[in-house]
Write a protein that binds this ligand. Structure first.
Ligand code: IPM
Ligand code: MG
Length: 352
């Protein structure tokens, strides 16, 4: 197993350190550890947010555990030098088109949710976000209007093969869950979305055992706080998925809890917490490491087929929360290291 760790910026190094302690505590086959610089950290050291050396490591490894990228000091740089280009570049370079973002109520944290307890308790969805296309990767730039005004533009598009492959990921995932896919688009306005919807309907015919419904993204945002229990698998494009997954995280309690996998369909995966680099609290040791620890669990499951070990880590995280571990984002005062300690103690119980 070749595992590369790219901690990146802000709280990334702090949360990755705790995830590594957890991985070291669990029974794993031989691991070859690799590392690489990404984001603002890489830009400071090499002048580029995604150096060639990092891309080489990314190709050589089986899986990447990724912290976060983003750094206020880089906000004025040309776009191609900004920290975010590291994660966008890796998604593109490795063809990681399928982003899985599971969102599940955690009993110990129902009170941390922004929703009423009964509504929060019902949450158990998987957001399947397309990660290689959409307005994120279309032509973009600046130009002038005929009146000589500055204009910015970003082109949104999806080709049918891009929609088809993410549709298959969603329908297949639904088979292992409650058998319902909700496709989120804006087909009442956008042609990109109309094609998205047409292709979803075509692929659905190959999965007669799975139900498919469609929702406009504005309505989906509303339903996600009104009746989130309605959703099983939510499949959507890059931009809508970015927004809806942050929203879903607050329905559960904190963005510090949500893990994600970015997969290319042939085993390679990048695993990262969905929160960003949180520069406002970076270096203070107060970040919640649980999303990164849960991302490490997803890595064991999706890249290495180590379901038992993945489930053990997940149970240990829930046990740590049951026992009262609470970082600042969860209304407590535990440091990142104390949160990691709590998970390690819970792991001992789980593995006994
Ligand atoms: C995410 C992040 C990224 C995105 C940023 C850091 C480019 O918000 O993974 O959700 O927009 O995809
Ligand atoms: Mg995001």
């Amino acid at each position: 197993m070749k595992i590369a760790v790219f901690p990146g910026d802000g709280i990334g190094p702090e949360t990755c350190a705790e995830a590594l302690r957890v991985l070291h505590a669990i029974d794993l086959p031989d691991v070859q550890w690799m590392e690489g610089l990404v984001g603002g950290a890489a830009w400071r050291a090499t002048g580029h947010p995604l150096p060639d050396a990092t891309i080489e490591v990314a190709h050589a490894c089986d899986a990447i555990l990724f912290g976060a990228v983003g750094d206020f000091a880089c906000d004025q740089l040309d776009r191609h030098l900004r920290p975010e280009q590291a994660i966008l570049g890796l998604r593109r370079e490795l063809q990681l088109f399928a982003n899985l973002r599971p969102v599940r109520a955690i009993p110990a944290l129902i009170d941390a949710s922004a929703l009423k307890p009964d509504i929060a308790r019902s949450i158990d969805m998987l957001i399947v976000r397309e990660l290689n296309g959409d307005v994120y990767f279309g032509e973009k730039g600046r130009r002038q209007t005929p009146e000589g005004l500055r204009q910015g533009y970003d082109i949104m598009s999806y080709a049918e093969d891009e929609v088809r492959r993410i549709a298959h990921v969603a329908f297949t995932a639904a088979r292992g869950r409650r058998g319902a896919v909700t496709s989120v688009d804006k087909a009442n306005v956008l042609e990109t979305s109309q094609l998205w919807r047409d292709v979803m309907l075509e692929v659905a015919r190959e999965y007669p055992d799975v139900t498919l419904d469609h929702m406009y993204v504005d309505n989906a945002a509303m339903q996600m706080v009104r009746a989130p229990g309605h959703f099983d698998v939510v499949v959507t494009g890059n931009l809508f998925g970015d927004i809806l997954s942050d929203q879903a995280s607050m329905c559960v309690g904190s963005i510090g809890l949500l893990a994600s996998a970015a997969l290319n369909g042939s085993g390679k995966g990048l695993y990262e917490p969905i929160h960003g680099s949180a520069p406002d609290i970076a270096g203070q040791g107060r970040a919640n490491p649980l999303a990164t620890i849960l991302s490490a669990a997803m890595m064991l499951r999706h890249s290495f087929g180590l379901e038992a070990q993945a489930a053990t880590i997940e149970r240990a995280v829930y046990r740590a929360l049951d026992s009262g571990a609470r970082s600042a984002d969860l209304g407590g005062q535990d440091t990142s290291v104390q949160m990691g300690d709590a998970v390690l103690r819970a792991l001992e119980v789980e593995m006994a």
